[in-house]
Design a protein. Structure first.
Lengths: 115, 114
C-alpha cells in the first residue's frame, strides 16, 4: 500500500492560466474522489469516479473545471482560465467500492496559489 | 442532504489533560461517521469510523468516539493528550448510495500546550 499520491504538491500560477493536477490512487481502489479545501474550512466534494466513469459532479465544479480518469487508474483535474477564487488545496482520495462503506484514503493534496 | 457541525473552531488544552471535540450531524437517512486528522500541509488521515454495531468506537493514537443517535452527535475524546496531537480535526458523514461522498464539518484546531 503506497498510499494516494498527488502531483505537484504546490502550484503557483498567474490568473488566467490553465493548470492540471494528477492523482494516483491506491492501486486496488476503483473509486477516486476530488475535494477542494479553502483556508479554515473542511474539504468540499467536487467529483468522483468509479473506474473510468465520472458518476457525480458538484455544483462547485464550474465549466472551467474538468476531471478525467481515462483508464480507471490515475486521474487529472484541470482548471482553465484560473481565477483568484480557485486558490485552495485540492485533495484526492480513493477507496474500494462494495456493499460495506469503505473509508476514503487521502493524498497530501496540491496547494494552488493564484497570483 | 446531510450536514455536519463542529461548534468549536479551536480547543486549547494542556498536555496530559483529557479532551473532547464535538461533532453534531443532521440527516434524514442513516449515516456513517468518520473523524479525520490533518497535520499542516498534509492530507487527511483516518482516526476512526462508525459504520454500525457498538456505538463506542476506538481509533488510532488513543482516540475514541461515541455515536449518539438521539442527540445526533459523534464526539471525539482522548483521556490524555500529547503535544503531537496538535492538529486540525474534521468530522465527516456519508450515507449509502451517491458514491459515499463525504460531507465535512469546518474543523476543530486542537492546540496542546505544555
Amino acid at each position: 500500500d503506497t498510499g494516494v499520491s498527488q502531483d505537484p504538491r504546490h502550484k503557483i500560477t498567474k490568473r488566467g492560466q490553465n493548470v492540471t493536477f494528477r492523482c494516483d490512487p491506491i492501486s486496488e481502489h476503483n473509486r477516486l474522489y476530488w475535494y477542494r479545501q479553502t483556508l479554515g474550512q473542511g474539504p468540499e466534494f467536487l467529483t468522483y469516479f468509479q473506474n473510468e466513469a465520472q458518476l457525480e459532479k458538484s455544483r462547485l465544479l464550474s465549466d472551467r473545471f474538468s476531471a478525467e480518469r481515462p483508464k480507471g487508474s490515475f486521474s487529472t483535474l484541470e482548471i482553465q482560465r484560473t481565477e483568484q477564487g480557485d486558490s485552495a488545496m485540492y485533495l484526492c482520495a480513493s477507496s474500494p467500492s462494495g456493499q460495506v462503506i469503505q473509508p476514503q484514503h487521502f493524498g497530501d493534496g496540491t496547494r494552488l496559489s493564484i497570483l | 442532504a446531510q450536514s455536519v457541525t463542529q461548534l468549536d473552531s479551536q480547543v486549547p488544552v494542556f498536555e496530559e489533560a483529557p479532551v473532547e471535540l464535538r461533532c453534531n450531524y443532521s440527516s434524514s437517512v442513516s449515516v456513517y461517521l468518520f473523524w479525520y486528522v490533518q497535520y499542516p500541509n498534509q492530507g487527511l488521515q483516518l482516526l476512526l469510523k462508525y459504520l454500525s454495531g457498538s456505538t463506542l468506537v476506538k481509533g488510532i493514537n488513543g482516540f475514541e468516539a461515541e455515536f449518539n443517535k438521539s442527540q445526533t452527535s459523534f464526539h471525539l475524546r482522548k483521556p490524555s493528550v500529547h503535544i503531537s496531537d496538535t492538529a486540525e480535526y474534521f468530522c465527516a458523514v456519508t450515507r449509502t448510495g451517491g458514491g459515499n461522498k463525504l460531507t465535512f464539518g469546518t474543523g476543530t484546531q486542537l492546540k496542546v500546550e505544555l
